[in-house]
Ligand binder design. Structure first.
Ligand code: ZN
Ligand code: MN
Length: 129
């Protein structure tokens, strides 16, 4: 398979994403990338984020929100969203590999993937309340 060479834009976007744990919005990524490529447009950011997602290099998170948040880690992992500060954190727990088969066994559906989101208060917000 031919390896596509990353365009400079895509490379910078990927670097910005891989260097943060914050699961940022496209707007935040845009502000960071502009420091290196001042004339880049928000449309170009979105186009490249979609391409990176289609190629399996990043993850996209929605959490029932109207805007997406992006994750430089394409591996399946679980997230926790704080209901107070709205920060999204990685959960260092193993992905449940058995749940797909369990649902397939117990229902008419052939399950090949799942998504689980956890909600509550992060340690910082627990201290405040
Ligand atoms: Zn919080
Ligand atoms: Mn993540």
């Amino acid at each position: 398979m031919v390896k596509h060479r990353l365009s400079k834009q895509r490379k910078v976007i990927l670097e910005v994403l891989r260097n943060t744990k914050a699961h940022p919005t496209a707007d935040w990524i845009y502000e960071q990338v502009k420091k290196e490529i001042p004339n880049i447009s928000l449309g170009t950011i979105y186009r490249n984020l979609n391409l990176l997602y289609e190629r399996g290099e990043i993850s996209v998170l929605n959490f029932g929100s109207s805007y997406s948040r992006f994750d430089g880690n394409p591996e399946h992992h679980y997230h926790f969203k704080c209901k107070n500060c709205e920060n999204i954190f990685d959960l260092d727990i193993p992905v449940n590999e058995n749940i797909n088969q369990a649902i397939t066994d117990k229902t008419p559906y052939l399950v090949d993937s799942h998504r689980i989101e956890f909600y509550g208060l992060c340690p910082q917000c627990q201290k405040k309340s």
